[in-house]
Design a protein around this ligand. Structure first.
Ligand SMILES: *Cc1c(COP(=O)(O)O)cnc(C)c1O
Length: 230
């Protein structure tokens, strides 16, 4: 089923790119494999997927223990400071940085390991109480603070849009995040590369692509429903 799902998702990504006049190669499809077994990851790998998203440090470590192929692991979930040390050199991108305290911890651990950590600043564009992320108006300041860190590189912005039945309702938030990216990029802040826009999930990735997403994070659409009770 994963194979069939991927064909369908790939087709929709492709069509959204066409509608927006964008190149398919400008959008990375991240397969969100959280809660799913390694067999599922392997199935997606057969279809050429190399980008996988996880929201728990332990799960990334468990999967990497058995999958040794070179893949791009993305940390997309809320990251606790005491767990940074386990993954700072094991993921290609941390999508969920929303405080200077977390960024400082990443700096410390990345420095110890002699690596530069690529990160996105998570923005709570819709202002939902339940969501992590900085306020849009606080984003530039946080980016400027993180830019001072030697072993952390800001690559762009990420948002988790509200859960809605009609994806069109999220277009306004995707537009706003894109605008924020453009505004901050224009400031030409040293050590800041505003090039990645991580937005869009199973329910709304096409709208996100139309609004400029360069990374979409699709779980259910590829792997099917998640069961959190196991
Ligand atoms: C789970 C998750 C996704 C994928 O959600 P789906 O609706 O299953 O596609 C994307 N982004 C984040 C941050 C997630 O936690």
């Amino acid at each position: 089923m994963i194979h069939e799902n991927l064909i369908e998702v790939e087709k929709r990504v492709d069509e959204a790119c066409k509608r927006a006049g964008r190149n398919r190669t400008d959008v990375t499809l991240i397969a969100v494999s959280k809660t799913k077994p390694v067999e599922d990851v392997r199935e997606a790998m057969v279809d050429g997927i190399i980008d996988f998203g996880e929201n728990k440090v332990q799960e990334i470590m468990d999967k990497q223990e058995v999958i040794h192929e070179k893949l791009n692991w993305h940390m997309i979930g809320h990251l606790q400071r005491n767990k940074v040390k386990y993954i700072v050199d094991k993921v290609c991108l941390i999508h969920s940085v929303d405080s200077i305290r977390l960024a400082n911890q990443i700096e410390e651990e990345a420095s110890k390991k002699g690596v530069v950590a690529n990160i996105l600043v998570e923005v709570n564009v819709a202002g939902e109480d339940s969501k992590f992320g900085v306020k849009p108006e606080e984003t530039e300041n946080l980016v400027r603070e993180i830019a001072k860190l030697e072993h952390v590189k800001v690559r762009g912005l990420m948002t988790i849009a509200p859960y809605v039945d009609n994806p069109e309702e999220n277009r306004v938030y995707f537009k706003a995040l894109k605008q924020l990216l453009v505004d901050i990029k224009r400031k030409n802040i040293d050590n800041v590369h505003m090039e990645i826009l991580s937005m869009g999930m199973t329910g709304d990735f096409e709208v996100a692509i139309e609004e400029g997403a360069t990374m979409v994070r699709v779980g259910t659409g590829i792997f099917g429903k998640r069961n959190y009770n196991i």
